[in-house]
Design a protein. Sequence first.
Length: 318
Amino acid sequence: MSGLTAGDVAAKLVARLSPYPAVKALVAAQLREWPDHVTVLEKSLAESDPGFLSRTDALAQLVWKVIGDDIDLHCADYHWMCDNFVGELMFFRRNRQYKLQTFAEAVAQIYSNADYMSRYVKGILLSQVFWRNHARVIDVFRSNFLTDNKINYEHLDVGPGPGLFLAFAATDPRCQAVTGWDVSPISLPATRTALARMEISRPVSLILQDVLLAPPEADRFDSIVISEVLEHIEGPDIALQMLIRALRPAGRIFINVPVNSPAPDHIYLWRRPAEITDLVRSVGLQIEQQWHFPATGKTLEEAIEHELDISCVVIAHK
C-alpha cells in the first residue's frame, strides 16, 4: 500500500490476524527473523474466507506443538530453504528441467546430508501455513476427503513427513486404524516424535516401506493419501498401481502433486495440471474431484501460462 513501510505492512498484517492467534504468532516470529518476507506473507494470507483461516489456525496450532521451543531455529531454516528454492527456480528457468533426474542423485546429494535434511524439514513444516497452496491442500484433505470416507475406514499415509495429515486422520473418530509408510529410516522416528508432540494418543503404525516395492497387500485400506511424494520418485505410475492394489473395492485416494515445482529433491517434472489428470486416469482410477492451487499471489491462468508452481489435488476411487 502506497506510503507504508515494510514495518507498517507487517504491523497491519499481524493485527489483522488477531482472530487467528496461532497463525498470528507464527507470522510474527517469522517477520522478526525475516522482515522482508512480509510481502509474500501478506499476499498468502490475504484471505476473505474466515472459515479457511480458522481451519488454518487449527493447523498452525499443530505446527506449534511440533516446533516446541525451537521457533527461532525453524524460522531461520524456513528463510534458508526459501533462499535455496530461489536457486532451484533460476536453474529451472534457464534449463526447463529440474537439477536432479534420478532418485540415486537425490539420495547422494540431499537425503544423505543429515544437516541439510534437518533444515529442509523445518522449513517445509512452516510452509504448510505460510504458503497458501500448501495450506489449501491440507484444508481439502480435512474438509473434502476425510469427511467423505466411510465409517470405520482404515487409512494409509505414504510419506507422512511431519505427520500433519496423519494427525488429522488419527483424530477422526470415524477412522478405525492409521498406518504410515516411509522409505527413509531417518524420517520415521521424526514422524513418531512429531505425533507425540501433537498429542496423538491412539496407536499409529509406522512402517519402513518403499511404495515402489510395496508388498502385495490387496484390499487392505479404505483410504490412502500420497501428498508431495510422486515428484520424488522415478516411477509415479508404478507407485499408484501399487496403491490401487492396496485399496479395497471403492477405496479412495488423495493425491497431491506439484507441477513446475523446482525443489532440491524433486526429480519427476510435470508441466501442466492436465498431465496429472491423465496420469490418474491412466492407472485406472476414477476421479471424484480435483483442485489446482497456484503459488502465492498468482492466478491459475497466470501459473499455467508461465509454467509456475501449482499444487494439483485429485481425489479418486478404485
